[in-house]
Design a protein around this ligand. Structure first.
Ligand code: DON
Length: 311
């Protein structure tokens, strides 16, 4: 792609996409059968500054399901609504060093180790809209919140949702364990059904960049101007992404890339630098930890070329 002198950041993103196209490896997620239909060659990136300027390259407008990238935003909504003390009575803040679907409950407290792994994310969703809310009410709360982060209406991919629900027994088991330990905030079905829908929300790399930029501004969507969560909720969320966002690759990621980030098995990653920008990437093939291979490559390239490492 020729450089565009009117949008140097966009040109730079084009170059990053072109380089990442040469990166091989990874497998499209297949444990949720509907996800296996994703086109492995799709590749996109978007960057939104905290002033609301949008830059993008490649397939930044291609739709895919948000999956675990929803987890930090749901956590932000929960701590905003309930406070950090109440949320952390139910879920911890420690990196697990384990896979995203690990059967991870702290023996003493019964809490999942953190809100970025499935067990912790299901507990977070169980807290939304209160203990008596059903799945519809919980999902309405999380969708409305994600829409405010993205600055637009978002829909569910019903085929992915059906596939998640059909193959979600491990997640149900995690919810039952948390419920028996007293840390789930609602009935099991209400939590898991809302969580499966939450993971099946359709986004683009551009949406993810906007959502991340909203955290990076301290909770205000930089385009709509709407305050979505408090400054404190945004800060706590960025902290959890920094320590736990890339699962059992989180430590390695922090050293090598040094950006607060969160991945999902749909192929998306969000990354951000507080006060500066949010980035969204999309490429479906995943590494062994469930992180997008080309997404990681693009973020690594941006970080090292432009000194974005937070340290
Ligand atoms: O719960 C699951 O297994 C999926 N809906 C989401 C998992 C996920 O995205 C893990 N991320 N890398």
């Amino acid at each position: 792609m020729p450089a565009d002198p009117r949008d140097p950041v966009g040109s730079l993103l084009e170059a990053v996409v072109d380089t990442a196209r040469e990166v091989r490896g990874g497998e499209v997620a297949a444990y949720i059968p509907e996800l296996a239909k994703a086109d492995p060659d799709r590749l996109g990136i978007a960057l939104v500054s905290t002033r609301g300027v949008v830059h993008e390259a490649g397939d930044a407008g291609t739709e895919f399901t948000i999956q675990s990238v929803s987890k930090p935003f749901a956590f932000a909504l929960a701590v905003d609504a309930l406070g950090l003390d109440e949320v952390t009575r139910h879920v911890g803040l420690e990196p697990s060093g384990e896979p995203f679907n690990a059967i991870s409950l702290d023996a003493a407290s019964g809490r999942p180790l953190n809100p970025m792994i499935n067990a912790g994310a299901i507990v977070v969703t169980s807290l939304l809209a209160g203990p008596d809310a059903d799945a519809d009410e919980k999902f309405a709360t999380v969708r409305a919140g994600l829409e405010r982060f993205a600055g637009r209406d978002l829909v569910v991919d019903e085929a992915v949702f059906a596939s998640e629900a059909e193959t979600g027994d491990r997640n149900r088991a995690l919810a039952f364990l948390a419920r028996s330990a007293g840390t789930l905030g609602s009935a099991v079905d209400a939590a898991t059904d809302a969580y499966f829908r939450q993971c099946s929300i359709v986004v683009t790399a551009r949406d993810l960049a906007m959502m991340a930029a909203t955290l990076a501004t301290g909770g205000v969507n930089p385009v709509t101007g709407e305050r979505v969560v408090s400054d404190a909720a945004a800060r706590w969320t960025i902290a959890v992404m920094t320590s736990c966002g890339m699962y059992d690759a989180s430590g390695e990621w922090l050293v090598r890339v040094g950006l607060s980030a969160k991945s999902g098995v749909g192929g998306g990653i969000v990354a951000l630098e507080p006060g500066q920008f949010g980035i969204g990437t999309f490429s479906p093939p995943l590494d062994a930890q469930g992180n997008s291979v080309r997404g990681v490559a693009m973020l690594q390239a941006l970080s090292s070329q432009f000194g974005l490492h937070l340290l």
